[in-house]
Design a binder for this molecule. Structure first.
Ligand SMILES: NC(=O)C1=CN([C@@H]2O[C@H](COP(=O)(O)OP(=O)(O)OC[C@H]3O[C@@H](n4cnc5c(N)ncnc54)[C@H](O)[C@@H]3O)[C@@H](O)[C@H]2O)C=CC1
Ligand SMILES: O=C(O)CCC(=O)C(=O)O
Length: 410
C-alpha cells in the first residue's frame, strides 16, 4: 500500500455538496485532485469510491460504518463538514489509524437563529395561518397566538447550540431553563432544572440540542410527550433518532401539543432527488425543514475552510489537533527534516521496536512526538534524511507488527 505522496497525487473526495470554500482551501495548499459530488453515494458506490480516496469529506448523510471503512485502503483522514460525527463509526476509524475531524462551532449560530425564529412562529400559530392563506382561507384572530416574552423555553442539551439559543431567547424576554447530563455554567438568567421531567412540565417551548448517543436515542417518547404542558411546542434540530416521531405525530393529532418544528428525521433522503416520507406530513401546525439548521452561506463557507484546513494540516504536517477520535498532537513545521508518521495499536513493544530501528541504523532524530490513547499510539519522528532514506525508513516502520498506518511527509 502506497501511503506517501506529493500533494498533487493525493485524491480528495468531497461528498454531499461540501462548500466550494473547501475546494479553494485544498487548491491553495497545492492539492489538485479534488472531486466534489452534490449528494451522498449509495453504500456500494461509496465503498468503491473511498477505496481510491486519500482524504474524504462528508456531511451528515454519509454513513461510514466499520464495513464501509474496511474498503478505505488508502484513506488517511476523514473530514465531517458539520458538527455531528455520529454518522461515522469513530472507533472503527481509529482502529484503522484514520483520524476524523469536524467543525464544532461553525454552524452553531445558524441553528440557534432558526430555532428562535421557529419558536416565535409556533407561538403565534403562523404555520397554520400560512397554510390556510395558501388555500384561500383567512383566520384573523388572536386565539392561540402568544408573545415569546415571558414564556419559558426549555433547552435539552446546554452545549454550544443550546447556550446560544438560551442567550437569544433571553434577549426576547423569555425565561430559560435547561437540562444537561453535565454540570454547565448557566449564561444570563438561565437556570438548570433538577431533571428532564421538571423541564418538560415547566416549559412552554422545548428545544432539543443533544448529540446522537445511545442515551439520547428516543429520549422524547410517549411518556415524555405526555409530561409536556398541554398546548406546549416542541422543536428538534438535533438528530432524528432523539424523538419518537410516531408518538410526536400522535401527541399533535390529539392536540396535546400545539405545534412542532422538526429539522431532523429518523430517515432522511440521501439527496434532493429522493422523496421525503414522514408521519408529520400534512400537519398544518408543524414546520418541516429538510435538515437545514446549519445550512447558511456563512456557516457552510466557514465549515469548508475550517475542516479543509484541518485536513490539509494533517496531510502536510501530521497535526491531529481537534481530531474527535484520535490522540491529539499539535506539531511545529519541519523545514529541514523529513517527517515520518507512525500510527500503531497501543500494545507493548511497538515503541521499543521503533526506537531500535533508528538507533540500530544510526539515524539522527531531530525531534520526536508521541501521543497515545487506550487503543492507538501516534508517533511523529523528524529525521535528517534524504527522500530515498526517508522512504526506506517508512517501509521499515510499516513492517513493525501492530502498525496501522505509516507515512512520510513531503
Ligand atoms: N440541524 C442541524 O443542521 C444541526 C444539528 N446539529 C446537532 O446538534 C447537536 C448539538 O450540537 P452542539 O450544541 O454543538 O453540541 P455540544 O456537544 O456543544 O452540546 C451538546 C450538549 O448535550 C449534552 N448532552 C449529551 N447527552 C445528553 C443527554 N443524554 N441528556 C442531556 N444532555 C445531554 C452535552 O453534555 C452537551 O452539553 C449536534 O450533536 C448535532 O447532532 C448540529 C449542527 C447543525
Ligand atoms: O449541514 C449538514 O450537513 C449537517 C448539519 C448537522 O446536522 C451538523 O452539523 O451536525
Amino acid at each position: 500500500m502506497k501511503t506517501s505522496f506529493p500533494r498533487q497525487d493525493i485524491r480528495v473526495l468531497l461528498l454531499e455538496g461540501v462548500s466550494p470554500s473547501a475546494v479553494e482551501t485544498f487548491q491553495r495548499a497545492g492539492y489538485s485532485q479534488i472531486e466534489r459530488h452534490p449528494g451522498a453515494l449509495p453504500p456500494e458506490e461509496l465503498k468503491s469510491r473511498i477505496a481510491e480516496a486519500h482524504i474524504l469529506g462528508i456531511r451528515s448523510r454519509t454513513q461510514l460504518s466499520a464495513d464501509v471503512l474496511q474498503s478505505a485502503r488508502r484513506l488517511i483522514a476523514v473530514g465531517c463538514f458539520c458538527i455531528g460525527t455520529n454518522q461515522v463509526d469513530l472507533d472503527a476509524a481509529r482502529a484503522l489509524g484514520i483520524p476524523v475531524f469536524n467543525a464544532p462551532y461553525s454552524n452553531t449560530r445558524s441553528v440557534a437563529e432558526l430555532v428562535i425564529a421557529e419558536a416565535i412562529m409556533l407561538l403565534r400559530g403562523i404555520p397554520q395561518k400560512n397554510m390556510l392563506c395558501h388555500r384561500g382561507g383567512w383566520t384573523k384572530s388572536a386565539a392561540g397566538s402568544y408573545e415569546a416574552r415571558g414564556k419559558t423555553l426549555g433547552v435539552i442539551g446546554y452545549g454550544h447550540i443550546g447556550t446560544q439559543v438560551g442567550v437569544l431567547a433571553e434577549s426576547l424576554g423569555m425565561q430559560v431553563i435547561f437540562h444537561d447530563i453535565e454540570a454547565k455554567l448557566a449564561l444570563g438568567n438561565a437556570r438548570a432544572v433538577a431533571h428532564l421531567g421538571e423541564l418538560l412540565e415547566r416549559a412552554d417551548v422545548v428545544t432539543l440540542h443533544v448529540p446522537e448517543t445511545p442515551a439520547t436515542r428516543l429520549m422524547i417518547g410517549v411518556e415524555e410527550l405526555a409530561r409536556m404542558r398541554p398546548g406546549a411546542l416542541l422543536i428538534n434540530a438535533s438528530r432524528g433518532s432523539v424523538v419518537d416521531i410516531d408518538a410526536l405525530a400522535d401527541a399533535l393529532r390529539r392536540g396535546h401539543l400545539a405545534g412542532a418544528a422538526i429539522d431532523v428525521f429518523p430517515v432522511e433522503p440521501k439527496g434532493n432527488d429522493e422523496p421525503f416520507v414522514s408521519p408529520l406530513i400534512g400537519m398544518d401546525n408543524v414546520i418541516l425543514t429538510p435538515h437545514v439548521g446549519g445550512s447558511t452561506q456563512e456557516a457552510q463557507d466557514n465549515i469548508g475552510i475550517e475542516v479543509a484546513s484541518k485536513l490539509v494540516r494533517y496531510s502536510d504536517n501530521g497535526s491531529t489537533l481537534s481530531a474527535v477520535n484520535f490522540p491529539e498532537v499539535s506539531l511545529p513545521e519541519h523545514p529541514r527534516s523529513r517527517r515520518l508518521l507512525h500510527i500503531h495499536r497501543n500494545v507493548p513493544g511497538v515503541l521499543s521496536r521503533i526506537n531500535e530501528l533508528f538507533s540500530s541504523g544510526n539515524i539522527n532524530i531531530d525531534a520526536q512526538f508521541l501521543q497515545t490513547d487506550a487503543e492507538v499510539g501516534y508517533v511523529v519522528i523528524d529525521v535528517a534524511a534524504d527522500e530515498t532514506q526517508a522512504a526506506a525508513l517508512k517501509d521499515r516502520l510499516a513492517a513493525i507488527p501492530g502498525t496501522l498506518r505509516a507515512r512520510v511527509l513531503y
